[in-house]
Design a protein around this ligand. Structure first.
Ligand code: GDP
Length: 137
């Protein structure tokens, strides 16, 4: 079993898509081991996306991620990291396959509805960024 961090980003929360996305998570067979509504400060968003610090979109991205509430989830499944990335679809919704969450809910490459960790090492760091051990069931 593997764990990954998922985020329902502020665009999807504002568009009232939390229910549909959490429903999809359950239907896909993930076990939700942590779930919380957060309102990231700019500094917290910058810390979360620190690897993108030097990218031209860093300012826009961190402004967006701190623009309103988001839902953070820790998901567990076999191969949870790649499984969740498949359900999310490509970063740019224009390239996302039919049936993926980003195809269904994303507005553009930045406001793309959901986040998922990309490797075991980053998943461990990202999960710990939002959840204490005792908060995961
Ligand atoms: P992910 O792993 O699919 O989320 O993609 P990345 O790690 O490459 O990028 C992190 C997040 O930054 C994406 O989910 C988008 O919200 C945003 N992002 C990525 N590329 C771009 C871009 O070219 N322009 C803008 N404005 N945002 C981007």
């Amino acid at each position: 079993m593997q764990r990954t961090l998922a985020i329902v980003k502020p665009d999807a929360v504002a568009n009232k898509n939390v229910g549909e996305i959490v429903s999809r998570i359950e239907r896909e067979g993930f076990r939700i081991v942590g779930m919380r509504l957060v309102n990231l400060s700019r500094r917290e968003a910058e810390g979360f996306y620190a690897v993108h610090r030097d990218k031209p979109f860093f300012n826009d991205l961190t402004a967006f991620m701190s623009s309103g509430p988001a839902v953070v989830l820790c998901l567990e499944a076999e191969d949870a990291i790649s499984k969740w990335r498949t359900v999310m679809g490509a970063t740019n919704p224009e390239n996302a396959d039919e049936g993926t969450l980003r195809k269904q809910f994303a507005t553009n490459i930045e406001r793309n509805a959901v986040h998922g960790s990309d490797a075991p090492e980053t998943a461990a760091v990202e999960i710990a960024y939002f959840f204490k051990g005792v908060e995961l069931v």
